[in-house]
Design a protein around this ligand. Structure first.
Ligand code: APR
Length: 267
């Protein structure tokens, strides 16, 4: 699987920290869903922002300028996310939650795949694409009609446009989710940082807050990021390969093989 002896020994050392941790926290980004077929944002050719301009699709002013275009783009992504399955990385994080005495997963992803893989101690820092809310009164819409000619649909209470319940650039993160993630970063013994370019704040500030509080930071990413040089362990590889290996090394009894992860997650 991974033929670098160095990587194996670094996985073993990182797993030893994971196994003895009282409180494990995790921060994830788009890379954790890449192996499910969900495009990341900044990967050179395949990332969404390589094809689309975030200023035209992921800001309040873009929505004000062209609400239908923004609505359609998120509706397409919503359908794509609904058509894929969680992968071994999502399942391994759900397994870590079951194994660690205390755990919190803070995700930047809006795809809902962590919850579908069985994660429960979970906060969504950037919202969730499956939810829709009013762009004015913020009321969550239980249902809406995609077949309307004049899209986006309108709020049943105040009549303003509905929008995806995700955090756009220039917008504040949900206060409760951010506070929970910041507390976890300050209190955890180990912070796993998986599949994020560590460039978008305030989420990207969490690893340094954890380091400053004495936590061990384990980064999992096939590429180098601005965080890599400051991580205690920078494990180069795909999350769907490295995370199950970390779990097997940390809790050898829990997973005879990769399929045990699958069985555990599907119950
Ligand atoms: N396993 C682990 N990491 C991977 C994998 C994989 N299989 N494939 C790609 N990656 C890594 C890339 O190397 C990159 O560092 O995932 C990272 C994805 O980075 P971004 O595309 O920038 O995504 P993210 O960090 O989640 O972006 C943060 O920016 O656009 C906004 O709101 C959006 O939540 C998003 C935020």
């Amino acid at each position: 699987m991974h033929d670098e002896p160095a990587l194996d020994s670094r996985i073993a050392a990182a797993a030893a920290r994971l196994a003895r941790a009282r409180f494990v926290a995790a921060l994830t980004g788009a890379g954790v869903s890449a192996e499910s077929g969900v495009p990341t944002f900044r990967d050179a050719l395949t990332g969404l922002w390589a094809t689309f301009d975030p200023r035209e699709l992921a800001t309040p002013s873009a929505f004000a300028r062209n609400p239908k275009r923004v609505w359609d783009w998120y509706a397409e992504r919503r359908a794509q996310v609904a058509s894929v399955e969680p992968n071994a990385a999502h399942r391994a994080l759900a397994e870590i939650e079951r194994r660690a005495p205390r755990f919190l997963l803070a995700t930047q992803n809006v795809d809902g795949l962590h919850a579908r893989a069985g994660s429960r101690a979970l906060v969504e820092l950037h919202g969730n694409i499956a939810r829709v809310k009013c762009s004015a009164c913020a009321r969550i819409a239980q249902r809406w009609d995609e077949a309307l000619d004049a899209l986006p649909p309108r709020c049943a209470r105040c009549g303003e446009f509905l929008r995806p319940d995700v955090v756009w650039f220039e917008e504040l993160l949900p206060a409760g989710a951010l506070a929970a993630a910041e507390d976890a970063a300050r209190e955890c013994d180990v912070l796993l940082v998986v599949g994020t370019s560590a460039e978008v704040y305030p989420a990207a500030a969490l690893p340094d807050a954890a380091r400053a509080a004495g936590a061990c930071v384990i980064e999992v990413n096939p590429d180098t990021t601005p965080l890599s040089a400051r991580a205690d362990f920078a494990l180069r590889g795909r999350a769907g390969v490295i995370l199950p290996a970390l779990v097997r090394a940390a809790w050898p009894d829990s997973l005879g093989s990769a399929s045990a992860v699958r069985d555990a997650a599907s119950g």
